[in-house]
Design a protein around this ligand. Structure first.
Ligand code: NAD
Length: 280
């Protein structure tokens, strides 16, 4: 049976480290502040925003909340970002995505000062990652690197297969694994024989967005399996599942992340880590 990689525990350790680093900054007279902008009232976004505020409170950072109506204009949002870019008291700026359809998300992301872009979505930070410069890295893949390292999974020289090539998970994940000296293959919806590729993986990272798609037939005996997916298979149930069929894969993997309690809690912890890095 696979050993569980405990994202709940590792994320709480990272948040405690952030808390200690903020205490040190405060002792030097520095405050740490995250500006969170929400546009409209999408209930899922409100939950995410609420969780980010709670995490700030936990680590001792100030969270500054900005709420624009869905009827607000792109110009109003850009003006707010410009104001926060210039505000020395603000260390990080986060615009909760997705934005309502009338907004141009790409323009909004590009308007955030790359040195306050704690989500790591600005093209400058994406570029920094790909050429190996320091910068903000997208929180979910950065969290997966921490999960692997803190669970004593060695990455160097390993065959790593990433399923999914999204800008926020798959692509930065592949770049990070490359930075850690893994041999990296990226699979996607047009990959011809997915099983043939995933069966090679020592480390298999699954970010497809399809409930329980990856069962044991895709996994090499002894592989480490990281499940990024989050789904509520039945709208009435509280039970969540991932992109991996946990019951079958846990029998042959050496280590596996559960859903919930695996990758999920790492995203906010790494957001806090990016915020403290920005302040330091
Ligand atoms: P996405 O929809 O943007 O990308 C999915 C990727 O999977 C695409 O690149 C696509 O090519 C690939 N894909 C789709 N069908 C495939 C198939 N049959 N075979 C091979 N590849 C296929 O999704 P995303 O934003 O990268 O998110 C992926 C999953 O991770 C979702 O379930 C999402 O909810 C979850 N997620 C979780 C967190 C977290 O904090 N844990 C963060 C972001 C995303």
């Amino acid at each position: 049976m696979a050993e569980l990689i405990d994202g709940k525990l590792i994320s709480s350790i990272i948040k405690d480290e952030c808390k200690a680093r903020i205490e040190k900054l405060k002792s030097e007279g520095k405050e740490v502040a995250l500006a969170v902008i929400q546009v409209g009232d999408d209930p899922a976004s409100s939950v995410y925003v609420g969780n980010k505020k709670k995490a700030c409170e936990y680590i001792g950072a100030v969270s500054l909340s900005y709420h624009l109506e869905e009827s607000a204009t792109q110009e109003e949002l850009l003006e707010l970002i410009d104001k926060l870019n210039l505000d020395d008291k603000v260390n990080g700026i986060l615009v909760q995505l997705p934005l309502p359809k009338s907004f141009d998300e790409d323009e909004v992301i590009r308007r955030i000062d790359p040195d306050k872009d704690v989500d790591g979505f600005h093209p400058i930070n994406v570029g920094r990652l790909s050429i190996g410069e320091k910068g903000f890295v997208s929180c979910t893949p950065a969290g997966i690197i921490e999960l692997l390292k803190r669970s004593n999974v060695s990455i160097e020289g390993k065959e790593c297969v990433v399923i999914g090539r999204s800008n926020i998970v798959g692509k930065p994940m592949a770049m990070l694994m490359l930075r850690e000296n893994a041999t990296v293959t990226v699979c996607h919806s047009r990959t011809k024989d997915l099983r043939e590729v995933t069966k090679r993986a020592d480390i298999l990272i699954v970010a497809i967005g399809k409930p329980k798609m990856i069962d044991a037939s895709y996994v090499k005996e002894g592989a480490v399996v990281i499940d990024v997916g989050i789904h509520r298979p039945d709208p009435d149930s509280k039970k969540l599942c991932g992109d991996v069929d946990f019951e079958s894969v846990e029998k042959i993997a050496s280590k596996i992340t559960p859903v919930p309690g695996g990758v999920g809690p790492m995203t906010i912890a790494m957001l806090m880590n990016n915020l403290v890095n920005s302040a330091e």
